[in-house]
Design a binder for this molecule. Structure first.
Ligand SMILES: Nc1nc2c(ncn2[C@@H]2O[C@H](COP(=O)(O)OP(=O)(O)OP(=O)(O)O)[C@@H](O)[C@H]2O)c(=O)[nH]1
Length: 216
């Protein structure tokens, strides 16, 4: 069984502190809804990991939006236990309440993730299980990897827990690469997973966000 995690935390420092709940110029829906709608369409259960309102000074708007999202999708939501230490914290919190053998980790800021690309990634599960791999990670020809569009076996949570404990002790964030390096990854050709590469388009800046209209 496969389930997913949507990561919706982070500082979004290049987008004025808010990314997930910005209405897109092309479809007038929240950025995160583009990813959630794909999962809904595919009937894949998912957990969304949000910023923790406890760590925010003025949190009423954030709570309102998280509640809207929860009521709309009727899937579990959870929160980071420490703020601003990067996606590994979010993956850990999501995995803790995820059901399934393989967990599809997705960011909130890749609005062109396609059903087809997800299906192709999932089609590698059998190969990964036969080979004893514990994550499936798209890799580009230039060596760049897509760990936030990847599948992780639920057993990865043990290694992840060690890293999270180190983050908590040191107070320093850790790159997601640290998790991948502690696992046994099956690298798959990013081009084969999505021939036109649109899935990997990542929204980081206001300029990227405005370009959504053109890319449609
Ligand atoms: N839950 C959770 N998700 C995170 C965290 N940091 C990043 N993410 C998610 O990881 C994905 C990639 O985030 P980045 O673009 O690298 O970081 P960001 O904080 O959103 O943006 P910048 O501050 O501009 O780098 C997005 O889906 C974020 O929501 C975190 O601390 N917790």
């Amino acid at each position: 069984m496969i389930s997913a995690i949507i990561l919706s935390g982070g500082k979004a420092s290049r987008m004025g502190g808010e990314k997930s709940f910005r209405k897109t110029p092309d479809e007038n829906k929240y950025l995160i809804e583009k990813v959630a709608d794909i999962l809904l369409d595919m009937d894949l259960p998912f957990v969304t990991v949000f910023k923790n309102p406890k760590f925010m000074n003025d949190n009423s708007e954030e709570i309102e939006k998280q509640t809207y999202f929860k009521n709309k999708y009727r899937q579990p939501i959870t929160w980071d236990t420490i703020a601003g230490k990067g996606p590994l914290i979010g993956i850990y919190e999501g995995m803790k309440i995820s059901k399934g053998d393989w967990i599809l980790v997705l960011p909130c800021d890749m609005p062109y993730i396609s059903k087809n690309a997800i299906e192709k990634l999932i089609s590698k599960v059998e190969l990964a299980e036969k080979g004893g791999y514990d994550c499936i990670v798209p890799k580009h020809k230039n060596g760049f990897i897509e760990p936030l569009f990847s599948l992780y076996h639920i057993s990865s949570i043990k290694k992840l827990e060690n890293i999270v404990n180190e983050i908590k002790e040191s107070g320093k964030s850790a790159p997601i690469r640290l998790l991948i390096d502690s696992l046994n990854p099956l690298y798959v050709d990013a081009h084969e997973i999505d021939i036109n590469q649109k899935t990997y388009v990542n929204i980081n800046t206001f300029e990227d966000f405005e370009s959504l209209k053109k890319l449609k």
